[in-house]
Design a protein around this ligand. Structure first.
Ligand SMILES: Cc1cc2nc3c(=O)[nH]c(=O)nc-3n(C[C@H](O)[C@H](O)[C@H](O)COP(=O)(O)OP(=O)(O)OC[C@H]3O[C@@H](n4cnc5c(N)ncnc54)[C@H](O)[C@@H]3O)c2cc1C
Length: 280
């Protein structure tokens, strides 16, 4: 483990200055719930930190007709209290299970996504809603679907000098029912051993359309599109869902780590599908 000394923090006046500092090699600092932990443990040793948590360009939740723009420095608690969580309950379900109140008050959406952890909770609603990640850098702005932004554990499409500016969350058609279940090693304040989020469009008890997102069972969050397609037209019943459990397991490629073995994750992922029965 590397030894780290005090690290300098710069506070840019605006987004332009922030990009300049990051281009020079500074590490973005938002809520610091990951940055400070990793620096203290000696895993990261950045030349300096660039505090972006209060930049007005990265703050705020703006609701429009067809979707919402969420600033990268919006905290989990702010998003939980926002109109967006009322409008899209999948955010409420996920955010209530993310860390503890203190972590939710400090940690940001941008920080969670930039971490690109397969267990990053906020990625579940972003994958389900097919959100876009808006980036700003020395060459201007660009936008990517979240599935193209996250490349692997800790790996993103961010290029040198780039920051996440905001997220575009398109509103889905109709009123899908939302489901989220996170399996952990204890009852509160845990990182997912695995998780399943879902949006289901139901007509009576028949599934018209389904989107699923699995967390912590592969290098990135997974949308098992084969299973989603097979759910269409099925009833929300044990008899109709059970045959798809093995296929959902097969869509995973888990690893063994401190939180759980690969075989458990693979097996349990399939069984999580039956949790959708709670939406009956
Ligand atoms: C006790 C504890 C419990 C936790 N529980 C959970 C949990 O249940 N679920 C979960 O998903 N996470 C959990 N976390 C992890 C963490 O809190 C979240 O990932 C949080 O959202 C990180 O946001 P932050 O603003 O604190 O990020 P920071 O620590 O400020 O930054 C994290 C990383 O993102 C980069 N970054 C930040 N903002 C940007 C930006 N706008 N553009 C580009 N890069 C950026 C930073 O440079 C750094 O690499 C927990 C952490 C702790 C300490």
């Amino acid at each position: 483990m590397k030894k780290t000394g005090p690290v300098e923090i710069v506070k840019p006046k605006n987004l332009f200055e922030a990009v300049e500092y990051v281009r020079e090699g500074g590490m973005p600092l938002a809520g610091g719930t990951d940055v400070f932990v990793r620096i203290r443990r000696g895993f990261w040793d950045p030349p300096f930190l660039v505090y972006i948590g209060e930049l007005p360009e990265l703050r705020g939740v703006e609701i429009r007709d067809d979707g919402a723009e969420v600033g990268a420095a919006v905290t989990h608690a702010e998003l939980l209290r926002s109109e967006l969580s009322r409008r899209l309950p999948i955010f409420k379900l996920v955010l209530e299970k993310l860390g503890a109140p203190a972590i939710r008050e400090m940690g940001t959406i941008g920080g969670n996504v930039a971490n690109a952890s397969p267990a990053g909770d906020i990625l579940i609603p972003l994958y389900l809603l097919e959100a876009r990640v808006n980036l700003v850098g020395p060459d201007g702005e660009r936008s990517l679907p979240v599935e193209e932004f996250v490349l692997g554990p800790g790996k993103t499409a961010l290029e040198r000098g780039e920051l996440i500016k905001s997220f575009w969350i398109p509103f889905p058609e109709g009123k899908p029912r939302a489901y989220f279940h996170k399996v952990g090693r204890r009852r509160a304040l845990y990182i997912a051993v695995l998780s399943l989020g879902a949006l289901l469009w139901l007509e009576g008890d028949v599934i018209r359309e389904a989107r699923l997102a699995l967390g912590a069972v592969a290098p990135t969050v997974v949308r098992p599109r084969g299973v989603e397609a097979k759910l269409r037209g099925r009833r929300l019943s044990r008899e109709d869902l059970e045959p798809l459990c093995a296929e959902l397991s097969a869509a995973t490629s888990p690893i063994t780590d401190v939180r759980g073995p690969d075989w458990y994750r693979r097996e349990a992922a399939g069984r999580l599908l039956l949790g959708l029965l709670r939406l009956r």
